[in-house]
Design a protein around this ligand. Structure first.
Ligand code: ATP
Ligand code: MG
Length: 390
């Protein structure tokens, strides 16, 4: 049995978008290339016949590459494939050998499905399907089921070669990252915001990220953690800018001058002001956060309104209605959970009052903010910001 030499990637909702189709195809090809190249720089992605193929370098782990492709937004499924010459005998032989190798120990029903994209091939699809099916029955004695089989041996005949596959990995679906424009993700080291970012990516949003960092009270490890989280979000969009905003001076000012009941709400209002300004500088269409309804005091509907009103910019909150367990499940799948649960502090934990306000009015917060040089604090933070390009 030769080793897999390609991965076949099937796009998802692309057909929905008739007139943007070319743009979508271009973006998905670019995103697939950048995701795969993070592992194998020599891999090549191309898009013949409305699907996508990844040409693997020798000794590449095809299963791993197929999993990476399946996790790229816009993909409905991916399969490791074998490319062969258009030789009927070789195709039947290899298809049977592939089934034996991939389905060892299986007892579920199967079907062989041949698609002849190139009509010049000397044997028609039903005949070739039958030959392969009979070969598999002889070799493995599996039952046949032509409609919705559990196991599928796929054969696709093109003019210059034939592709074989025996497995499909389900894709995340969604739209290619970038097709819905750019958004600014408020990325903390927690569990929620990386998941929110991934969900926004899944609906086509390309991310920029901003992290509010408070050294020396919050250690460098927290920044490294956020950087590692950003690196999980980066490959499927071909890179990501992480803005690191130093937040210590603002927190000190709030701690020194304002009523401590409002500490967290005031932090959050500064985060929103700064994020909105960065977002408009970067031509982002919206902000995106990991906020959720009612998990913590600052996230009651009333309090979300108090940050919303600060900027005309829309804020996406993909996790708004999620249970923590649902979020954790996604975090585990995307590989962020282990990083997010490393025990380092976040700036929101600094100077936490014993009794934070679960409700506050606009007037109360405005009165607190009147004690501060809000604009100067915001522009100073933006001036001193650092950018990490991933
Ligand atoms: P997370 O797990 O994302 O930290 P959380 O449930 O802990 O969320 P909060 O800490 O109240 O909730 O933060 C709510 C949202 O505000 C976060 O999801 C994130 O989008 C944003 N946020 C909070 N702290 C920071 C920070 N230091 N830098 C950037 N964004 C932040
Ligand atoms: Mg948090």
């Amino acid at each position: 049995m030769p080793a897999y030499n390609f991965v076949l990637v099937r796009p998802g909702e692309l057909w929905l978008k008739g007139k943007n189709r070319n743009d979508f195809v271009r973006r998905l090809r670019r995103n697939l290339a950048s995701s795969v190249e993070a592992l194998y720089p020599e891999a090549r992605v191309f898009s013949p016949y409305g699907r996508f193929m990844v040409e693997l370098p020798p000794d590449a782990n095809a299963q791993k590459v197929a999993e990476i492709c399946a996790a790229t937004p816009g993909v409905s499924s991916a399969s490791p494939v074998l490319r062969l010459q258009n030789d009927p005998e070789l195709i039947v032989q290899t298809a049977v050998a592939l089934a034996q190798e991939e389905w060892a120990g299986e007892t579920a029903p199967f079907a062989a499905k041949v698609k002849r994209v190139w009509k010049g091939f000397p044997i028609d699809s039903p005949t070739l399907s039958r030959q392969i099916g009979e070969g598999i029955i002889r070799a493995m004695n599996l039952p046949v089921q032509l409609v919705h089989p559990v196991l599928e041996l796929g054969v696709e005949i093109q003019d210059s070669c034939t592709y074989l596959f025996a497995r499909r990995i389900r894709g995340v679906g969604g739209l290619p990252v970038g097709s819905a424009g750019r958004v600014m993700l408020l990325l903390s080291g927690g569990i929620d915001s990386p998941v929110a970012g991934a969900l926004a990516q899944k609906r086509g949003c390309e991310l920029d990220a901003v992290y509010f960092h408070s050294p020396p009270l919050i250690g460098e490890q927290s920044l490294e953690k956020v950087e590692r989280l950003a690196k999980i979000l980066s490959p499927c969009q071909g890179g990501l800018r992480l803005h690191v905003v130093y937040f210590t001076a603002i927190q000190h000012a709030i701690h020194k001058l304002c009523n401590e009941r409002f500490t967290v709400l005031l932090y959050r209002r500064f985060m929103y002001r700064i994020a909105a300004e960065l977002a408009s500088n970067r031509h982002c269409l919206a902000l995106c956060t990991g906020e959720n309804l009612g998990q913590v005091a600052s996230q009651t509907i009333e309090n979300l309104r108090l940050v919303d009103r600060l900027t005309p910019m829309l804020t996406l909150r993909p996790l708004c209605t999620y249970d923590k367990l649902e979020t954790i499940e996604i975090a585990r799948k995307m590989g962020s959970f282990e990083i997010s649960t490393l025990p380092y502090d976040d700036c929101c934990t600094l100077f936490m009052p014993k009794n934070p306000a679960t409700r506050a009015t606009e007037e109360e917060l405005a009165a607190e903010e009147a004690k501060l040089e809000v604009e100067a604090l915001v522009s100073e933070a933006i001036e001193k910001m650092e950018v990490i390009v991933l």
